[in-house]
Design a protein around this ligand. Structure first.
Ligand SMILES: [Fe+2]
Length: 181
């Protein structure tokens, strides 16, 4: 095995690709599930903390018959808040990007702009900023994600499906990257 990447051989890279593949299968269970759990620490003024919010969004998606990718998108759309509030949508979208369709990526990336319909008027911003995306292939899914699963998901008395129950969907989606390296 090389100690200087400039000297890598085809054998080295076959080994590295295989090891990345093995590691990737454990990323979902270990890192994404643990990260979701840490959302419980984020109380940012809503009636529900960010874990409850995410579980409720995921539960609503699941009960609406959403696909694995859609359920995981609903569950993980605010995961970026672990690192930054202002660009949390972009961070979550980039985390999901290798594993989900382009449409789901864009919907998660721009979800805050869609959610603006419900509060941007209170902050001096355009609540209908989503209009500039009309005609995009992902517009319909972004509306479903935000209007049906995200916006209603702030009820701490709602009986959410437990975090552990989402592990199968999370593992299926995050074990299947469309590109490895
Ligand atoms: Fe959200």
């Amino acid at each position: 095995m090389f100690t200087d990447m400039r000297e890598g051989t085809v054998m080295d890279w076959a080994h590295i690709a295989a090891e990345h593949g093995k590691h990737q299968k454990s990323v979902a269970a270990r890192q994404i599930m643990d990260s979701l759990k840490r959302l419980e620490e984020i109380e940012v003024g809503f009636a529900a903390n960010q874990l409850t919010h995410s579980l409720m969004a995921g539960t609503l998606a699941r009960r609406a018959g959403a696909t694995d990718e859609e359920v995981v998108a609903a569950l993980c759309h605010d995961l970026g808040k672990l690192f930054s509030i202002p660009n949390h949508g972009a961070i979550a979208a980039e985390m999901l990007k290798p594993y989900v369709s382009e449409d789901i990526y864009h919907a998660v990336y721009w979800h805050q702009e869609f959610q603006g319909r419900y509060y941007f008027q209170h902050l001096g911003k355009d609540p209908e900023g989503r209009a500039r995306f009309a005609g995009e292939s992902w517009y319909g899914f972004a509306e479903k994600l935000v209007d049906e699963w995200d916006a209603p998901a702030f009820d701490p008395s709602f009986e959410v499906d437990p975090l552990e129950s989402f592990e199968p969907e999370v593992t299926r989606v995050f074990s299947n990257p469309k590109a490895m390296i």
